[in-house]
Write a protein that binds this ligand. Structure first.
Ligand code: ATP
Ligand code: LTN
Length: 340
């Protein structure tokens, strides 16, 4: 029996999602997917490509399709095991949109207006031209999480406020209508949790922030990785060490440590008396070696598209089974007449 069947003894369950909205980079891998893989040892895991979230920002049709499959392939190539975990695409399970509507009826405009991501994304824009979907984005995220009765939600620091809202909505619903939801905890991992830009260590590595040289894409060829690391900004001085006065080196050391498993202090000791160039050239090889097996597996998956589609078919069925149970209870609690 699969560990995710409803009747099996429950490990704590996690739900997490990533938007299929562009090039995947080392920040996505180290900050999210690598963690997801590890969590399979201790949790029942439900992992989702959240395409309905991605369309809150205008997408190009062909790119959205491609990015969605690429994202799922990254999950699989990194070690998310579809036998153990549920892997699916959000829009394949309509229950997400349905629960969102019901949650909309207990969500306040004021609490959505306070979401910092909404404020950031709409800074300077007039209400006349801000899409309602962008405003409502956190409610869809709450629906994602609550449908699966997830105990925990691994996310980056920037998503913590959304998980707090999810908790508030779960409690509000349970108090008003009777218990239907599990109140989830955010899991915010420290270390590797924030990979910074190679151009500017004050900004996080991001696909949407400026130049291609600011990030390492998961699919970057070895020579591209070497060139980007060679050109990555460094700090004044020549000592290979981290610290508040060395934000660039701290970031590069963090990447080295996260990919190699070595402690920062050991890496610093190894390069004591050597310059930035030696460190950078070794770091490039660490990245190349870490990405190589993932890239190879992604190429295999791209060559045989039917495997990924099969995973998504099964994933949607398994997700749907759990989601429909929650949704049935919610409908009953609210007083909606069951479909005869
Ligand atoms: P955008 O450039 O549009 O802000 P992004 O590349 O930052 O996007 P998201 O789609 O916002 O990526 O995030 C996907 C997942 O990857 C999230 O779980 C997020 O926490 C993680 N993530 C993204 N960037 C980083 C980063 N630089 N360091 C660590 N984790 C990251
Ligand atoms: N908003 C998240 C993506 C996301 C998510 C979720 C994460 C959508 N639904 C549910 C965790 C749980 C982001 O932009 N990183």
């Amino acid at each position: 029996m699969s560990p995710l069947d409803e009747t099996s003894a429950r490990r704590p369950r996690v739900f997490s999602g990533i938007q299929p909205s562009g090039t995947l980079h080392l920040g996505n891998y180290l900050g999210a997917v690598k963690n997801w893989v590890a969590m399979q040892e201790t949790h029942e895991c439900v992992y989702c490509a959240v395409d309905l979230h991605a369309i809150t920002v205008r997408q190009v049709r062909a790119e959205l399709r491609r990015n969605t499959i690429d994202l799922v392939n990254l999950f699989l190539a990194s070690g998310v095991d579809p036998e153990r975990s549920i892997v699916f695409v959000q829009s394949h399970v309509p229950a997400h949109s349905e629960l969102m509507w019901i949650l909309n009826t207990i969500t306040y405009m004021g609490e959505l207006r306070r979401m910092t991501q909404f404020k950031d994304k709409t800074a300077g824009a007039e209400g006349e031209s801000i899409a309602v979907g962008l405003f409502d984005y956190p409610v869809l995220m709450a629906a994602d999480i609550l449908l699966y009765r997830a105990d925990a939600v691994p996310v980056g620091e920037d998503q913590k406020q959304h998980v707090e809202l999810t908790r508030d909505l779960a409690e509000r619903f349970n108090n008003a209508f009777g218990k239907a939801f599990v109140v989830p905890e955010p899991i915010i991992k420290e270390g590797g949790a924030r990979v910074m830009s190679l151009d500017d260590p004050a900004k996080k590595m991001s696909k949407s922030a400026g130049s291609e040289s600011s990030y390492i894409a998961v699919m970057d060829a070895p020579d591209v990785v070497r060139r980007k690391i060679r050109r990555a900004v460094t700090d004044s001085g020549s000592e290979v060490r981290g610290g508040p006065d060395k934000p660039s080196l701290t970031n590069l050391l963090d990447i080295y440590a996260a990919l190699s498993g070595d402690a920062i202090a050991d890496i610093e000791a190894r390069y004591s008396g050597k310059g930035y160039a030696d460190f950078k050239s070794d770091l490039a090889e660490v990245i190349v070696d870490a990405l190589a097996p993932i890239q190879a597996r992604i190429r295999e998956l791209e060559a045989d598209k039917s495997y990924t589609l099969g995973v998504l078919k099964t994933g949607a069925e398994r997700a749907e089974a759990i989601a429909q149970r929650t949704l049935a209870k919610v409908r009953e609690r609210v007083g909606l007449v069951p479909r005869p």
